[in-house]
Design a protein around this ligand. Sequence first.
Ligand code: DON
Length: 312
Amino acid sequence: MMADLHRLVAEITAEMSAAAVRGRVADYIPELAKVSPDHFGMVVITADGREVAGGDADMDFSIQSISKLFSLVEALSRDADAVWARVGREPSGSAFNSIVQLEAEGGRPRNPFINAGAIAVTDLVAAGEDSRAGIGAILRLVRDLAGDDSIASDGAVAYSEAATGHRNAALAHFMKAHGTIDGPVDTTLSTYFHQCAIAMSCRQLARAGRFLMNGGIDPATGHCIVSPERARRIAALMLSCGHYDASGEFAFQVGLPAKSGVGGGILAIAPGRASIAVWSPGLSPQGNSLLGTAALERLAHGMGWSVFNPDC
Ligand code: DON
C-alpha cells in the first residue's frame, strides 16, 4: 500500500505541476494576487504516521477559509450550544460571501463555513476581548495540532484583506444588527482576517488534520482534541458545506470531507486512513483550488478512499 501511495503521489504531482489549465488566483485580496499559479504541493499522512509528500509540500501559503475549521473547533470546545444557537448546519448552495441569503434568513448564517457563519463563530472566540486574544487562541490550537510553534499569521495578508474586505464588514454589521454577533465588529473582523491569514505548508496542514482522521484524538500526542462524535459531525459539515456551492460536486467527485480556502489549499480527511493537504493557488469559479480538487479526486480513486466506500 505504501509503495502504491508513493507512486500515486509522485504521478499526481508530476501531472498537476505540468497542467496547462490552472484556474484563476484570487485577486479580491490584493496580497493573494501576488502568488504564482504554478505551485502545486501535497502531503498525505497515513493512520500509521507515515508522510508522503510531493511538489511544494513545505512552502507556506495562506490557509484562508481552512482556518474556519480551527476556529470552529475552538468555539465548540468553549461552548457548543452557543455555536449552534447562532449558525445552522445546512449547505448554503450560495457563494461563500453571499449577502442576500443572510438577509433573507434574518441574519442567521446557514453554516459555520460560509463567511457569515465563520465570522459569527469567530465572534465567540474573540468574545469582545483585545483583538489579539482570539487569534492567539486559534494560533495556539493550530500550532499544537501541527506540532509546530513557528506557524504564524501573515500580517501583510491580514492587512490587505482588512483594507478591502467590505463584503465581510457588511456581513458582520448586518449580523450585529440582528444580534447574531455580540462583540465589537472591528475586533471580530480583525480576528477573522488574522485567522484567514495564517500561513502554513501542506505538511503542517496535514499534520493539523490528523485528529480528524483519528476519531478526535491527535495520534502524535494522544491528546483528545474533540470527542469521536464531534469529529464525525465536523467531518459531516466538511462534506456538506466545506466547498460552498461546489460541495455537492466535490462529494460526487472526491467523496471525502474537506475544507478549501481561496489561498488554494484544501485539507481532506479519509477517516481512519489519512489526513491530506493539497495546494495549488488557481481557483474554480466557486473559489476552490482547481488542481487541488483534481489531485484529491485522483488520490481518492487511486487509493479507494471514500466515505461512501464500504471498506474505507
Ligand atoms: O473572507 C474571505 O473572503 C477570505 N478571507 C476567505 C474566503 C475563502 O477562503 C473562501 N474559500 N474558498
